[in-house]
Design a protein around this ligand. Structure first.
Ligand code: 4AZ
Length: 275
């Protein structure tokens, strides 16, 4: 749903500094929401997704994503517009903290989850998609894949989890140039609490969704498709895919993520272990 909003504001990405909004007291406008610049190589699986769009056929940044294998990217289904996506209209940027569309890698296959509903977008669930790259990538300090969680993993409360991306730093405030990748630590919100928070506005938090975030710490438009990772016993595991939310950084509406453990068998149907 927010994809179109993003397109409308994309001209701002390369343009002037954003106008100020109303950050919470003590919050600096330096984030994803509430985040800061990510050191190069800290999140080597982070990618940006570019789509050839519009009458002028220009490459536009639309979403984040993650390398889960030398040749496969996990992203959100709502990042892929249209009924019959054309792989040649997608490109992926790897191994860089500054958003750019030079030296990007080509996409060979685009697969949205069959249960994803094009009209409902993220709120309908199954907001996951896979992109197969034209050639496998060579791992380096800056390019590597993230580990998927074991099927029965439930992240214990208090686990340190982070979300990363080039999305907005507040509602309607694009990340200013030089568009440096942002990172923010977000708390996992227990399912029951998240359900209660979204209940009054009739949004259902489905079993295949996971909530994370707190006042002033969140993902936002443009971070969609990107990874939510948690450090579990010394390994970074991708537990979520940025999917939807009500605005960004609000205390009573945490960010909603596609729950990766719900889609492991679907992922493994296409992506086979690289080791
Ligand atoms: C979006 O529209 C979006 N605060 C992504 C994440 C969040 C809200 C909206 C979470 O892409």
């Amino acid at each position: 749903m927010m994809l179109w909003l993003l397109f409308l504001t994309l001209p701002c990405l390369g343009g002037s500094m954003p106008v100020s909004s109303d950050p919470s007291p003590g919050m600096e406008l330096v984030g994803i929401v509430g985040g800061h610049n990510a050191p190069p190589g800290r999140w080597p699986w982070q990618v940006s997704l570019w789509i050839l769009l519009g009458r002028d056929n220009e490459w536009q940044f639309v979403c984040g994503g993650s390398l889960i294998h030398p040749q496969w990217v996990l992203t959100a289904a709502h990042c892929i517009p249209g009924k019959y996506p054309v792989p040649q209209h997608f490109m992926v940027q790897v191994g860089q903290v500054r958003l750019s569309n030079s030296n990007n890698v080509q996409v060979a296959i685009v697969i949205r989850h069959p249960k994803y509903n094009l009209t409902q977008k993220g709120v309908g669930g199954a907001d996951v998609a896979l992109l197969k790259l034209q050639a496998p990538l060579i791992p380096s300090n800056l390019v590597n894949w993230v580990t998927l969680p074991p099927p029965l993993l439930t992240v214990p409360l208090g686990t340190r989890c982070w979300v990363t991306g080039w999305g907005r730093i507040a509602v309607k405030v694009p990340l200013p140039p030089p568009h440096h990748l942002q990172e923010v630590e977000v708390p996992i919100v227990p399912d029951e609490i998240c359900r209660q928070q979204y209940r009054p506005i009739n949004r259902i938090i489905k079993d295949d969704m996971l909530c994370a975030g707190s006042n002033g710490r969140d993902s936002c438009q443009g971070d969609s498709g990107g990874p939510l990772v948690c450090n579990w016993r010394g390994t970074w595991l991708q537990v979520g895919v940025v999917s939807w939310g009500i605005d960004c950084g609000l205390p009573n509406y945490p960010g909603v993520y596609a729950r990766v453990t719900s889609y492991l068998s679907w992922i493994h149907h296409y992506v086979h272990s690289s080791t």
